[in-house]
Write a protein of this length. Structure first.
Length: 197
C-alpha cells in the first residue's frame, strides 16, 4: 500500500497547485477516473479502478534516450505509411509528453511539427499552438506517450478534422488499451500493457 500512498501524495500535491483531475492523470500517467478515486476515496479498503501506473522518467531525463524511442516510432510510421500507401506532411505532438517525441520524429522524417493542447475539460475541444505549423489540409500522424482512455487522442482526431486536416495514424510509446484504432484512425504503439482478469 506504500506505493499507492505515494501516488495519492503526489496527486494531492498537484491538486493543491491547481491542476485538474485530467491534468494530474496526464502527469502521473493514470486515468482521470483513477485520479478522482485517489483524491476522493472514503471507504477504507475500497479497491481503485483498474489502471496501470506508468513511469518513464529513466527515458525522459536524457534527450538521447527520448531520441532512441523516437527513432523506433519513426520506423513504425514509415512502415505503416508504406502499408497504407499514404504520404504524410505533419507530425502532431500532443501536449505535454508527446511533444519531445513528435519534435524528434518530425526532425527525422523531415515533416512539419504541429502542437496540440488537449482541454482540461473532456467536453471541450483542444487547441493548436500558433507558434508551429498550421493544420488545414495536412495529412498528419498523432504522437503521444501513453494512451490510457483514448480521450486525448479522440479529441486530437476530432479537432484535426474540424480544422480541415486528415489524421492518418496515431503512434504512442505505450498503449494501455485493447484498441488498434481510435476514431477509425490506426493506432500503433511500441508497447501494449493490459490487465488480464
Amino acid at each position: 500500500m506504500k506505493g499507492i500512498e505515494s501516488i495519492i501524495e503526489k496527486a494531492l500535491s498537484l491538486k493543491a497547485k491547481g491542476l485538474t483531475d485530467k491534468e494530474i492523470g496526464d502527469e502521473l500517467h493514470l486515468s482521470p477516473n483513477t485520479i478522482t478515486w485517489l483524491l476522493t476515496r472514503k471507504v477504507e479498503g475500497e479497491k481503485p479502478p483498474m489502471d496501470i501506473k506508468i513511469g518513464w522518467r529513466s527515458v525522459g531525463v536524457f534527450p538521447h534516450r527520448i531520441e532512441s524511442l523516437a527513432t523506433i516510432m519513426s520506423d513504425i510510421i514509415l512502415e505503416e505509411m508504406t502499408k497504407q500507401k499514404k504520404e504524410i506532411d505533419s507530425i502532431v505532438g500532443v501536449a505535454l509528453n508527446g511533444i519531445p517525441f513528435a519534435t524528434l520524429i518530425a526532425l527525422e522524417l523531415q515533416k512539419e511539427l504541429i502542437i496540440f493542447r488537449p482541454p482540461s475539460d473532456s467536453s471541450a475541444k483542444g487547441t493548436f499552438s500558433s507558434n508551429y505549423a498550421g493544420v488545414k489540409g495536412k495529412k498528419a500522424v498523432i504522437v503521444d506517450d501513453v494512451l490510457g482512455t483514448g480521450d486525448s487522442v479522440r479529441n486530437t482526431i476530432s479537432t484535426l478534422k474540424d480544422h480541415g486536416a486528415k489524421p492518418v495514424l496515431t503512434v504512442v510509446v505505450l498503449n494501455k488499451t485493447e484498441h488498434d484504432k481510435i476514431g477509425n484512425v490506426p493506432l500503433r504503439a511500441l508497447f501494449r500493457a493490459r490487465i488480464l482478469e
